[in-house]
Design a protein around this ligand. Structure first.
Ligand SMILES: Nc1ncnc2c1ncn2[C@@H]1O[C@H](COP(=O)(O)OP(=O)(O)OP(=O)(O)O)[C@@H](O)[C@H]1O
Ligand SMILES: [Mg+2]
Length: 509
């Protein structure tokens, strides 16, 4: 692929990268043209993040050739990548949590003002603040947070700051690895506008995502990867979601499953009068055995706050939680787990996995039998067998069940946490965005496992921004608006229009 074309900004040929037991990149090639959006697509573990980390100077390739603007380069480290004009938003949150937004954006390249002919140098805090504010304003109308440590700001704003940071260096290529995870629809739209603007300015973009439909809004070419190999590069106007899926997975998969019909039983979870000043207003709902209940709403409407309050993760002013008719005083997640409630949180990186431990340990050492004082001890053989079963069903890509979770790809780590909760078998399972970051093939299996869980008498409460997912799975859907439950729909009544109507406060207009 030694192209003489002036349009080519970056080209990779014959790139190999291995880890113990894994061939992450296998003779990979790639070409990025000036001012184009190139989307990297492939299943969890296909090698997308590895490729990006090599381009960003975070990993070193084992062999192969990288050219930037025709020049052969060996990218030494992240500073070197930046100097070459490569700026990256990584899949894993990467801000320094104790620093403010401004400090993060300018970390390592602070703006300095010189006085007395250069004898005195001071940080130009004003310029840095103003520039950050300008970038930030593109996403938010209020900016009072810029001088607070980012640890206090929540996942969404953290993401925005990371994006602002990547855009603040004058890059010739911006790489984004799943940038919309935890972004709301409006913020996504702003990001997509940005992408168009960058493109017009001649900046190239490498974009990694599992949201194939969304990608068609701005992608010029798709770079399909499978098992570390380059399968094909196709022009966006010459392909479709179905075509891409078939290239990605290399086998037939069903498109979508609906929840199987199961008998609806007794009430299993009842939440009454849940309130938290300024955040949640008098929340009431219930979930029955066999039911999947959805919560829809815009980001910031209180969906995550609701499930965190039920789980005892945040303090509440008032309200009660009953499981199978028995009222519990839930003041911590430990209390909730004891009562029979499990939560698969939105921000799985921070809460979900013991990443230094093996896949099989993560699945089988469950929080529940830890708090229930190890009523039974799982024998090693059974542990391995259980882990193998989930690895197969969810298609968890790992050299073996012994691999440490931290060495798995982002999506495969999520599958492990999912398996862990499904195996824990609490009475009620709460999912906050169950398929975020999960590839198209595994999604179906996640839905099957959820259906199976309720068919065996469990109940599921599910927060999701994916309306198709909600409509396909949920028996009932509650729509939230500004910290309140605005409306309840049955599956039959729920349409995109009327959910959006309540989610955006139409009933109050
Ligand atoms: N530091 C590491 N040590 C060992 N194995 C690794 C390491 N980093 C990645 N791998 C392995 O390399 C393969 C490719 O992983 P990569 O993170 O590039 O996948 P991905 O395409 O980004 O997947 P996802 O969609 O889940 O993010 C996986 O099998 C992964 O387990
Ligand atoms: Mg990845």
């Amino acid at each position: 692929m030694a192209s003489k074309n002036d349009d080519v900004l970056i080209s990779l040929t014959g790139i190999n990268k291995g880890f113990p037991g894994v061939r992450a990149l296998d003779n990979m090639s790639l070409e990025v043209r000036k001012g184009e959006v190139l989307a990297l697509v492939g299943e969890n573990g296909a090698g997308k993040s590895t490729l990006i980390k090599i381009l960003s100077g975070l990993y070193q390739k084992d062999s192969g050739e990288i050219r930037v603007r025709g020049e052969k380069v060996e990218i030494q480290d992240t500073k070197h990548a930046q100097a070459l004009g490569i700026s990256t938003i990584f899949q894993e949150p990467s801000l320094a949590q104790h620093l403010t937004a401004v400090e993060n954006v300018y970390l390592g390249r602070e703006v300095v003002k010189s006085f007395l002919g250069g004898a005195v140098k001071l940080l130009d805090e004003k310029t840095m603040y103003q520039e950050t504010e300008k970038l930030y304003r593109n996403f938010f109308s209020t900016v009072e947070d810029l001088n607070r440590p980012v640890s206090e700001l929540g996942a969404l704003k953290n993401r925005v700051i990371e994006i602002a940071k990547a855009l603040s260096v004058n890059a010739s290529v911006v790489i984004m690895d799943e940038p919309t995870a935890s972004l709301a629809e409006e913020e996504r739209d702003v990001l997509f506008d940005f992408i168009h603007t960058l493109k017009e300015q001649g900046v190239s973009i490498i974009y990694v995502s599992h949201h194939l439909h969304e990608l068609f809004l701005f992608t010029d070419r798709f770079h399909v990867m499978r098992d570390g190999k380059h399968i094909k590069t196709v022009n966006a106007d010459e392909t479709s979601v179905d075509h891409l899926v078939s290239l990605m997975v290399g086998r037939e998969i069903t498109n979508f499953v609906e929840k199987q019909t199961v008998p609806i039983g007794e009430e299993i979870l009842r939440v009454s009068n849940l309130s938290r000043p300024g955040i949640l207003k008098d929340i009431n709902f219930h979930v029955r055995e066999g039911e999947i209940v959805g919560i829809a709403g815009l980001a910031g409407s209180g969906r995550t706050e609701t499930v965190r309050a039920v789980m005892g993760a945040d303090p509440i002013r008032s309200g009660s939680v009953s499981v199978s008719g028995k009222q519990f005083r839930i003041r911590s997640p430990r209390d909730a787990i004891r009562a029979g409630i499990g939560l698969l949180p939105e921000n799985r990186k921070l809460h979900g996995a013991l990443t230094g431990m093996s896949v099989s340990k993560n699945i089988t050492i469950t929080s529940i039998n830890k708090v229930v004082a190890m009523k039974f001890v799982i024998n090693k053989k059974k542990e391995v067998q259980i882990a193998k079963d989930y690895i197969k069903r969810l298609g968890i890509k790992t050299p073996s069940e012994k691999q440490k979770v931290k060495f798995l790809s982002g999506g495969n780590q999520q599958k492990v946490i999912l398996a862990k909760w499904l195996y824990t078998k609490p009475k009620v399972l709460i999912f906050d965005e169950p398929t975020q970051g999960i590839d198209v093939g595994a999604k179906v299996e996640v839905y099957n496992l959820m259906s199976e869980f309720v068919a065996n008498g469990g109940g599921i409460l599910m927060v999701s921004s994916d309306l198709l997912e909600l409509k396909g799975l949920a028996d009932r859907i509650y729509v939230m608006h500004q910290g309140e439950f605005a409306h309840e729909f049955s599956r039959e009544e729920a349409t995109e229009e009327n959910i959006t109507f309540y989610a955006s406060g139409g009933h109050k207009a």
